[in-house]
Design a protein around this ligand. Sequence first.
Ligand code: NAP
Length: 406
Amino acid sequence: MENIIELNKDGSLIVPDTPVIPYIPGDGTGHDIWNATRLVLDKAVKTAYKGDKKILFKEIPAGEDSFKKTGEWLPKKTLEQIQKYKVAIKGPLTTPVGHGMRSLNVAIRQELDLFACIRPAKYIQGVPSPCSEPENIDMIIFRENTEDIYLGIEWEAGTKEAKEVLHFINKKTSKNLDETTTGIGIKPISEQYTKRLISKAIQYAIDNDRKNVTIMHKGNIMKYTEGAFLKWGYEVGEDEFKDSIITEQKLWKEFDGKIPEGRIVLKERIADNMFQQVLLRPSEYDVIAAPNLNGDYISDLLAAMVGGLGLAPGANIGDNCAVFEATHGTAPKYAGLDKVNPGSLILSGAMMLDHLGWDKASKTVRQALQKTILNKTVTYDLARQIEGSTKLKCSEFAKEICSLME
Ligand code: NAP
């Protein structure tokens, strides 16, 4: 078992020098960006550890390739392999149309209970941004990945189920909903799943010397789901991290806004306000914890603020395993053209190296990527925005990054 990552009792990883890490190349542009990413990760590990460490990548099937070969979009064995090896990386996957499965990505997250969708948004110098002070953007979102709208509890207007639910609502409340023309969607949010997500976000802030954690919610309107998310978030702060956090309210009431040494500020913002806050005052926000739908919106906003989906990394992490992934889709019109930006998957790979504790290698990746962009040698998406840039193919961009590693 010498190539298998193991877990300590506290959930931390025991990583051998040559761990097996399964990968799913993905559909559409997936193969192009995976090949580029693999080149960069292998070179970074070699550069950082002079050959003492190496990832043994192992392909596992999912998506269109898998369906063509095996008739299965997401074979059970693929999920078992991720559970066995504990860390995996994947490209984007097509959402099968008319197959009954909402999305392969959602299925992977739910089947493996990868309850935290983690998306950092940190400005990379030289990348065009629509914001006036993009260098102040350095946030990381912890989005709940298993409930809220991800549970997909919906009934179409006119169905027996929708009518039954509407009849129940009309009977129990003063509402008078039309039972034949109204569609129904339910967003469950539970105490235990909220608490494990917010606990992870606060722990991350502590481990990574972050200044604050903001709970994003719409609790003023949805009191028992979003409002409860906030209430349970404060309870986690009080019960699990009493000596490490201070609420914003207490900070102003008792400390005149001066943060006591070693404390992380626990804040809350109503979702609509959160959007303008991150745009107008980005330096005041650090770690953001959000329920599923809010987290979805704010993640893409922040990605756009720092250069778009082509450069936005992401990870889905649970207690037993983690999957690192490109945050964009398969961009099918560019499939096989060796054209798109592999930055999202490369930076997800850097997050994966951080997760393994291989910080020297992740730093090598980020520094070389930064230099490549400052040199204005970029893929089409950035080339069309950066004056005087040299447009590279996906594979050329990866080779350029490798050539700048020290
Ligand atoms: P998409 O694949 O993300 O592509 C939308 C647009 O985003 C592209 O046309 C391109 O814009 C830009 N883009 C995407 N990836 C890029 C990259 N690596 N570099 C530069 N630009 C990039 O979204 P979609 O067309 O809506 O979805 C296509 C398929 O992907 C669907 O089956 C969808 O379900 C699936 N999907 C999968 C995931 C996932 O696996 N995590 C996520 C989202 C969607 P320009 O044409 O303007 O250059």
